[in-house]
Design a protein around this ligand. Structure first.
Ligand SMILES: NC(=O)c1ccc[n+]([C@@H]2O[C@H](COP(=O)([O-])OP(=O)(O)OC[C@H]3O[C@@H](n4cnc5c(N)ncnc54)[C@H](OP(=O)(O)O)[C@@H]3O)[C@@H](O)[C@H]2O)c1
Length: 256
């Protein structure tokens, strides 16, 4: 039996940071599987890790990539100790002005692929296994100019919370990670149509190491939600107290 960690989005940002952190603190894991499209990046990362690695290069929007992971799990007789679903993207801009493929692609990757890979991995998990899903603070309230992205992250948060309760009886724990803005390549993709992120958001920017350290601690403490910064914890409280229409109107004024 081989004990493994699977990390999607491992070629950049938060997923990459998870790979380093799991490599450093998980001596009980035999192999780390790194999943993303950019092969050179994954090879470069694999060369820097102390664990054995398996590189799974592929587009997760395409079902074949998840099917390949499933086939490998079967043939390698694996136990998945950690699944980190970090692959994801967002595109800023009004829904009807953005590219159709980009908008539906967010649903394919952030929602469908995350759900499918989680489904495929659960039969290979056992007591003590962990799932960490990258949601976002965008999950707390609908976001104008980021409508599809925020909706996909609301899905991830809702799905993770109920799945956590369903799997608790098996001793498997799910944590939804809800950071605010994080300094990664995420914004290069998000702003590709020239729509800029609200400057207030950039002021609240944190770094991937803070997100990952908090997420791993929260996962070990069996917490269903991990919010790495005080600002975003305060934002969540605000979203619970204030009517969402008010928050949406204020944020839309800050945008335009
Ligand atoms: N940065 C933020 O402000 C922020 C805040 C809250 C939540 N998040 C969430 O955190 C997660 C990680 O984001 P990040 O900030 O680390 O962004 P990032 O640096 O842009 O990393 C995104 C990762 O997703 C992978 N990816 C993208 N499309 C893919 C596809 N079709 N198939 C397979 N892999 C794909 C990319 O690898 P390849 O391009 O090599 O495939 C890359 O490794 C995302 O789910 C994001 O929504 C980010």
């Amino acid at each position: 039996m081989k004990y493994i960690a699977i990390i999607t989005g491992a070629s950049s940002g938060i997923g990459l940071e998870f790979a380093y952190a799991i490599d450093q603190c998980m001596a009980s894991i035999d192999e780390i599987w790194l999943v993303a499209r950019r092969k050179e990046r994954l090879e470069d990362l694999a060369g820097k890790l102390t664990h054995n690695t398996k590189i799974i290069c592929g587009d997760l929007s395409n079902r074949n990539t998840t099917n390949r992971i499933q086939a490998n799990l079967k043939s390698d007789k694996c136990r998945v100790r950690f699944l980190v679903n970090a692959a994801g993207y967002g595109i800023l801009g009004d829904f009807d002005k953005c590219d159709r493929k980009d908008e539906t692609g967010m649903c394919d990757l952030n929602v469908r692929a995350l759900t499918d890979l989680t489904y495929v991995c659960i039969p290979f998990m056992s007591k003590g296994s962990r799932i960490i899903n990258l949601a976002s603070s965008a999950a707390f309230v609908p976001q104008l100019g980021f409508s599809v992205y925020a909706a996909t992250k609301s899905y991830v948060l809702s799905f993770s919370r109920s799945l956590n309760m369903e799997l608790n009886k098996k001793g498997i724990y799910v944590t939804a990670v809800c950071p605010g803005p994080v300094k990664t390549e995420f914004f290069d993709v998000a702003e590709k149509n020239g729509n800029k992120t609200m400057s207030l958001k950039k002021f609240a920017m944190t770094t991937p190491d803070v997100v990952v350290k908090t997420a791993l601690n929260d996962s070990f403490r069996k917490k269903e939600i991990s919010i790495p910064t005080f600002t975003m914890r305060a934002f969540r409280v605000m979203c619970k107290i204030l009517p969402h229409n008010v928050i949406m109107k204020v944020t839309s004024m800050l945008y335009r």
